[in-house]
Design a protein around this ligand. Sequence first.
Ligand code: 2M8
Length: 455
Amino acid sequence: MNGTLDVAELLSGAKAVLDRNRCDGWTRPAPTLYPHQWSWDSGFIVLGYAHYDLERAFVELRSLFRAQWGNGMLPHIVFDPREKGYFPGPEFWETERSPEAPTHPTSGITNPPVHGLVASLLWRRGGDAARDFVAEAFPVVRAFHRYLYELRDPHHEGLPFLRHPWESGTDNSPAWDEALARIEVDRSTLPAYERKDLTVVSGEQRPTRADYDRYVFLIELFKGLAYREREIQAECPFLFQDPLFASLLARSNEALLELGDALGEDVGEIREWQQATTAAVEEKLWDEEMGLYCHYDLIAGERVRVATSSGFAPLLAGIPTESRRRRLLATLESPRFAGSSGECYLVPSHEVDGPAFDPVKYWRGPVWVNVNWLLCRALERCGFHRQADRVRGDTLDLIAHHGFHEYFSPFRTAARGPVGGYGSADFSWSAALTVDLLAGVSNAAGATAPGRQAS
Ligand code: 2M8
């Protein structure tokens, strides 16, 4: 690495990836591995479009919003009915069993609530040109949040639960391991299924067969209950509260408060949601010994003491007290995440000395561009500019070295393990968020900008 980034080349490369992955008004997360529209992916993708084609951003989100369920749920996937290359596809989900499902085929679970935050950023970027879109988006996002608080938060704690690992976005996180291991699956009772992911990406970078059996088991349960939320809540063996999901919800509530005020909407209920979530994250998810926020397993009735990058997310919503902010920073810069001699790119998805750490398996160690983008904003919000610069620099460095991959080994050199980009190449949110991150890098000459030090 020569210490500089070729901004023009990265930008044109990122836009080319997005052009190639774009379909009829929406964008595949990856060319073949993920050939449908994903909810939180679209949220990140439009933040790239916002820099050069605002209309594309609106069209992309409208395609997602059209698939909102009657109960308010924004589904995690909106399917392209022509596409047969992904498992589980629409014929497996059978969402037509639910009267709440839209006529367009979708999955029957949700994805992290990034949309309020995204709408407010589009408004900031587009100004008047974004106002009509934001007025359209506001009731959709509010209905989604209402669904989360009314149907996913039975004890009114302000912490909606997830009922499938895929709802977290951090699908293969070691935080789920114990809970998934408790689910006894008799394979002979599962429908036969064929994974398509392994035809695109090597098995060592993807979840195991035992994981997939459990993913499928949960979908079978939901289908059997025709996606009725109250019954699912009573029977589902996997119910989690998640610091990343909760923090995105809090941050999106904050955005809705700002948008609602500007649009002249009554924001009373949103203010209550916001206060409840902020307080609950502080009370229930902080782990003093770990110096980090953790997941909470509602079935086991305990915090899961597994250190993941999701544990820093409350910074994004300004939730932690000053002393906890300092603790989080110390955790981030400690050998657990930065390596014993700073040999890791920030931010590994699982602490590098953790028992389940794997530098190339998705969500069990690799660095992700969307998480880094979120944490960069989070650190800036809390005044930790040097650390935010480091996370931004590390992210751009990884992209410049290895391309727009789905995820990256956290190792800078081969001394401790594999180095490079993994999962799918040409990954849409890696490209889109590069466009946004580069906008924050000064570029007087229009061609180069400071990069990270040589590795
Ligand atoms: C991954 O998840 C999908 C299931 O939703 C999969 O593995 O098939 C996750 O990384 C998720 O966060 C992401 O939204 C999705 C599409 O990029 O891929």
